[in-house]
Design a protein around this ligand. Structure first.
Ligand code: GLN
Length: 237
């Protein structure tokens, strides 16, 4: 078995070590004997989504998001077809905002991909905090760190989790992130996946199921990761 992970625009969207999420997916595949190839795409590259099983869009500053947004218009249709066909996406912070219709900033509107029905407005102050969220889909709470000016509104969509500590999408409605088909969007930086192996396996499992049908992931020894996760939960909740 093999999965191919596409990392979109790592030169521009790689705040707070989002690349660590790629390493985590790759390692957790390899430890189970699943081959994992990573392809990095720069702004000038064309992307054939039919070759990809997981797409990662990382975080970025407003300036970098503005640079990426022009390019996104050219891949919008292919990216949407990929999502609608169950393609797996993990989008963090700036990348999460770009999944939606737009991000309104003081310097103008950053047009998004409109892959998911959400939008973002800049607010003040920035929402900076450790964060703990919960979703019964995952055995452990999801922990991370958030730092965003944007306030995201997801309407009736399913959030990634309920905020137990921190701000989440907008600091008001208690929701964090989004789950839409096989897309996960979140403000949790970190990197997110090494701290939350359950989320990493959720992405890998969805990618394998889409490609090969049913898939059972062999368990790994996550005792250290889970201890670290519990420590953070105990500290803030
Ligand atoms: N620039 C966006 C914001 O401040 C996203 C930041 C990020 O990716 N950390 O809301």
């Amino acid at each position: 078995m093999k999965i191919t992970i596409g990392h979109l625009y790592p030169d521009l969207l790689n705040l707070y070590g989002d690349r660590g999420n790629i390493q985590c997916m790759r390692k957790r595949c390899e430890w189970r004997g699943i081959e994992a190839e990573v392809r990095e795409y720069q702004l000038t590259d064309s992307i054939d989504f039919s070759n990809l099983d997981i797409v990662l869009l990382g975080g970025g500053s407003d300036r970098e998001q503005m640079l990426v947004c022009e390019k996104l218009k050219t891949i919008q249709k292919d990216f949407r077809d990929y999502v609608e066909a169950g393609g797996v996406v993990i989008a963090v912070c700036g990348g999460y905002q770009l999944l939606g219709h737009y991000y309104d900033t003081d310097d103008g509107r950053i047009e998004g991909l409109s892959l998911v029905d959400l939008y973002t407005e800049q607010g003040s102050p920035r929402l900076i905090s450790n964060i703990v969220i919960e979703n019964e889909l995952f055995e452990q709470p999801i922990v991370g760190f958030e730092n965003h000016g944007g306030r995201t509104y997801i309407g009736d969509n399913r959030p990634l989790g309920k905020v137990k500590f921190g701000y989440g999408n907008n600091g008001k409605d208690g929701a964090e992130g989004i789950l839409y088909k096989n897309v996960v969007g979140t403000y949790l930086h970190g990197p997110l996946l090494p701290k939350n192996p359950g989320v990493c396996d959720y992405l890998i499992r969805n990618a394998l199921e889409r490609k090969y049908g049913k898939s059972e992931l062999a368990p790994l020894d996550d005792s250290q990761e889970l201890e670290a996760n519990q420590y953070i939960v105990g500290r803030f909740c």
